[in-house]
Ligand binder design. Structure first.
Ligand code: ZN
Length: 279
């Protein structure tokens, strides 16, 4: 089974505009049209059981509409589960994190580059701390965002400072892009072996195979989450990539879905799409 722990979709009426804008700043090509329908078609084609959507609240006043959309797709769509999103500079950050937890969503996303706040800034740290206290999983964008390569507000070194300030054992913290897109030597220096999860979004095919295997082995397959960053990477390509790595079946099962199920504890079996084995 495959659970994609890091995907993005946009509401239908703005998807075309949002995807075109992001393609423009990043130079990347989207692999779907950026809609819920596009993601579901990709899941069907590639046999993905569940996709976790990570919305980014780029302005504090977007909280309500993002929260509404997240709850709606999570309630209505089989195979889809959305996290919430909070802007660390929102004056209502505490109340908003409480609302995410009370609504039953399993986690929330923070993107230091889009939200103009460093990962070791006290205003971000207090959000992570409170979210974990409320039992939420927090996914943090980490490393270079190809749309905004000069920003770099979550380096592995700064991320390690956040870890000094929060009690990681109390909750679950995920650093996206194998801990820091494009900064994988520093990931090995500062994050590998720490009690955090690393997702593989938009990175599996960009890191060297040798370094990836070294990180998986020294950090432990128990704390790696298979993820694509769809539409910015193709679910089929990333699935084939994991299948092709020289891992044990146990390691592959942990990375492809077992770690995700542990983090999403309480997710109902009927929420996950099932596929018949091809004959
Ligand atoms: Zn992403």
């Amino acid at each position: 089974m495959y659970i994609d722990f890091h995907t993005h979709i946009f509401p239908d009426r703005i998807a075309a505009r949002a995807v075109a804008k992001l393609e423009g700043v990043s130079g990347a090509r989207a692999c779907t049209d950026g809609t819920l329908g596009g993601l579901k078609a990709s899941m069907e084609k590639n046999g993905i059981g569940l996709s976790v959507i990570l919305p980014v609240v780029t302005k504090p006043e977007q909280f309500d509409s993002v929260q509404q959309f997240a709850q709606k797709v999570t309630e209505e769509e089989k195979g889809i589960l959305s996290f919430g999103g909070v802007h660390p500079l929102s004056p209502r950050w505490r109340e908003e994190i409480g609302r995410i937890a009370d609504s039953g969503l399993k986690g929330m996303k923070i993107h230091p580059d889009y939200q103009d706040v460093y990962v070791d800034d006290i205003r971000l740290i207090r959000c992570v701390d409170y979210a974990m206290e409320r039992g939420l999983t927090v996914v943090l964008h980490a490393g270079v965002d190809i749309g905004y390569p000069d920003m770099l507000r979550c380096t592995p070194q700064r991320a390690a400072r956040l870890l000094e300030a929060v009690d990681c054992q109390a909750g679950s913290l995920v650093f996206a892009h194998i801990g820091g897109h494009g900064l994988w030597d520093d990931v090995e220096r500062y994050l590998v072996g720490r009690p955090v999860y690393l997702d593989t979004a938009h990175s599996l095919d960009q890191i060297s195979r040798e370094q990836l295997l070294r990180i998986i082995r020294s950090h432990s397959a128990e704390r790696i989450l298979w993820a694509t960053d769809s539409p910015w990477a193709d679910q089929g390509v990333f699935k084939d990539y994991l299948e092709g790595l020289p891992l044990t079946e146990r390691q592959r099962a942990l990375i492809s879905h077992e770690n995700a199920l542990r983090l999403l504890s309480g997710v109902k079996a009927e929420k996950v799409l099932e596929y018949k084995e091809a004959q």
